[in-house]
Design a protein around this ligand. Structure first.
Ligand SMILES: C[S@@+](CC[C@H](N)C(=O)[O-])C[C@H]1O[C@@H](n2cnc3c(N)ncnc32)[C@H](O)[C@@H]1O
Length: 221
């Protein structure tokens, strides 16, 4: 294995801010992330975070919140974890997991916001359950967030975006304050992104692809 890769694996094994399966405390903070962060600040997730640009970018801007990036790929999580240490960010954490297991890490009501950043589109109907902005995952986020919990979603993929808008009409979700744009960079909503761009976003922007964005709140059930 390449030396760089080995060093990153070793980092992931030893660093305190990254939780992965072989670690003893992997699921230890479910319901008590306040103990890990040593405060009661709101917890905001970035699901399928890759290199976790929103997790680290927002954490630097908003020290009054805690940000947790989740992804199945350790090599990508290394980036957010090491950048956090480099920048002295104490309000970030990273979890290597399949998002299907999100409820192993958080209790209902423990999460205040979720960013879904450029998820894999999973276009085949047989893959609908794997879409991070599909009904199955929305219901999981719903469970973990109290009334007023916020969801933010960015994608280059207009088909996935329009499908997500349909999903949000499902009465079981009970949402409010939906705002969206098919071209974020020509929209007033851009102001709330603080110049943060993800790795995938940069690639699509370089190709001239418009970026779709939406946000909404969950109402009380
Ligand atoms: C297209 S990449 C986007 C990465 C990053 N958010 C960005 O915008 O640059 C999608 C990411 O989601 C992760 N992912 C997809 N499905 C997942 C799942 N079910 N559980 C955990 N991670 C998942 C992949 O490993 C990958 O890093």
């Amino acid at each position: 294995m390449a030396r760089k890769k080995l060093m990153r694996f070793k980092w992931n094994e030893e660093v305190h801010n990254l939780f992965q399966p072989e670690k003893e405390n992997y699921k230890a903070y479910k319901g008590k992330w306040n103990e890990y962060f040593k405060n009661d600040h709101p917890i905001i997730l970035e699901v399928g975070c890759g290199r976790a640009e929103y997790t680290t970018g927002l954490a630097a801007l908003f020290p009054e919140n805690n940000y947790i990036g989740l992804d199945i790929k350790g090599a990508r999580l290394w980036k957010g974890s090491s950048l956090s240490v480099e920048q002295g960010l104490t309000n970030t954490a990273f979890i290597r997991t399949k998002l299907q297991n999100l409820e192993d890490f958080f209790l209902p009501g423990e999460v205040k916001g979720v960013w879904i950043t450029f998820p894999d589109p999973k276009p085949r109907e047989s893959e609908a359950k794997l879409r991070l902005s599909g009904l199955r995952f929305m219901n999981i986020y719903r469970k973990l967030m109290p009334a007023g919990g916020k969801v933010f979603f960015k994608t280059d993929n207009k088909v996935l975006f329009d499908h997500t808008l349909e999903v949000l009409q499902d009465p079981s979700l009970k949402i409010a304050n939906l705002e969206f744009t098919h071209d974020l960079y020509q929209s007033d909503l851009l102001a709330e992104h603080y110049g943060i761009q993800t790795t995938y976003e940069k690639t699509y922007l370089n190709q001239g692809v418009p970026i779709n964005y939406l946000k909404f709140d969950f109402l009380p059930i």
